[in-house]
Design a protein around this ligand. Structure first.
Ligand code: HEC
Length: 199
C-alpha cells in the first residue's frame, strides 16, 4: 500500500503543478510568467500516464494477483463491497479518476473501451473513438489530438490498455455485460484517455 500511496501523492503533486500553471515549479509569482515556459501538454500527459500505468500494474500484480492467486487470502470482485473483497483493477482506476475529478480541473482521465463491460466506459467524443481505434491497431503508439468540448479546447491523449494476462481475457469474455467475447491475450481491450484543457 505504501507504493500506492506514494504514487497517488505523485499524481497529487503533478496536479498541483498543473493547477499552479507554468510557473508552478519556481518561486517567482505566477502572474507575469511566460506561458510558453511551461511543459507541453504531451509531456504532461505522458508523465501522468506513466504514473497511472505503474499504479494499475502494481495494484493488479502486487495486490490482486499476489493476495488472490498466490496467497489465496482474499479475492477481487466487481461486487467488492457486498463480498468484502478487493475492488477490480478497473474499479480502482475509476475511483482514482473520480477523486482527481473532485480535486482539480487541470486534467481528467478515464479507462474506456469500444467494447465496455460498463457502458459508462464507452467513448463519447469523436476523438476518443478515433484514439481507441488507433491504439487498437498499434498499441505501441499513443494517439494525440485536440478537441473542443463545451467551448473549451482540450489536448487529449489515448494510450492502449492491453490484455497482459489470461485473467483479463477470461473475465471480460465471460462477463454477462461484455459486448465482446473473443478477446485474446495481447489484444488491446481499451485505452486510457487523458484530457488537458488548454488555457
Ligand atoms: C474479474 C474480472 C475482470 C478482470 C480479471 C479484468 N477486468 Fe477489466 N473490467 C471488469 C469489469 C467488471 C469492468 C467494469 C468496471 C467499471 O465498473 O468501471 C472492467 C473494465 C475494464 C475496462 C474499461 C472498459 C470496460 O470494459 O468497462 C478495460 C479497458 C479493462 N477492464 C481492461 C482489463 C484488462 C487489460 C485486464 C487485465 C489486466 C482486466 N480488464 C481484468 C472485469 C475484469
Amino acid at each position: 500500500m505504501k507504493h500506492l500511496l506514494a504514487q497517488r501523492s505523485l499524481v497529487a503533486v503533478l496536479a498541483a503543478v498543473l493547477a499552479a500553471g507554468p510557473a508552478g515549479c519556481d518561486s517567482k509569482p505566477s502572474g507575469g510568467s511566460d506561458p510558453s515556459a511551461g511543459i507541453s501538454p504531451k509531456v504532461m500527459a505522458d508523465a501522468l500516464h506513466a504514473v497511472m500505468e505503474a499504479d494499475r500494474t502494481v495494484y493488479a500484480s502486487q495486490v490482486v494477483y499476489r493476495l488472490q492467486d498466490e496467497e489465496e487470502v482474499v479475492h477481487a470482485s466487481e461486487h467488492w463491497q457486498d463480498e468484502k473483497a478487493l475492488p477490480l483493477p478497473a474499479q480502482m482506476f475509476r475511483m482514482g479518476a473520480e477523486r482527481v475529478a473532485g480535486t482539480t480541473d487541470a486534467f481528467s482521465y478515464g479507462l474506456l473501451s469500444k467494447w465496455p463491460v460498463n457502458r459508462k466506459n464507452a467513448p463519447r467524443t469523436e476523438l476518443e473513438t478515433a484514439g481507441l481505434d488507433s491504439v487498437a491497431k498499434d498499441p505501441s503508439k499513443p494517439f494525440y489530438g485536440r478537441e473542443t468540448l463545451g467551448g473549451v479546447e482540450y489536448f487529449t491523449a489515448v494510450y492502449a490498455d492491453v490484455a497482459v494476462s489470461p485473467a483479463c481475457v477470461t473475465c471480460h469474455n465471460a462477463h454477462k455485460d461484455s459486448p465482446r467475447t473473443d478477446f485474446e491475450e495481447g489484444d488491446t481491450m481499451g485505452g486510457v484517455v487523458i484530457r488537458i484543457p488548454l488555457r
